[in-house]
Design a protein. Structure first.
Length: 65
């Protein structure tokens, strides 16, 4: 478990925030335009969870090292 947590660095955090933002804002908007409301909602939730989980694991990794 410690090995996995040590992998969370600043670069990974930036990458995941960008990826989660794309899921949350861009993809969700495109899904709504395509009349796929349920997929848009899932995309937003997954994007936000992706960012939050990565932030939590990054904070944990900073305190464990």
């Amino acid at each position: 478990m410690k090995i996995i947590i040590k992998l969370f660095s600043l670069y990974l955090l930036i990458l995941i925030i960008i990826e989660g933002s794309i899921l949350t804002f861009i993809d969700a908007r495109n899904f709504e335009k395509s009349n796929m409301k349920d997929v848009a909602k899932k995309s937003r939730v997954i994007g936000i969870l992706y960012i939050v989980i990565t932030l939590v694991l990054t904070v944990i990794s900073k305190f464990m090292i």
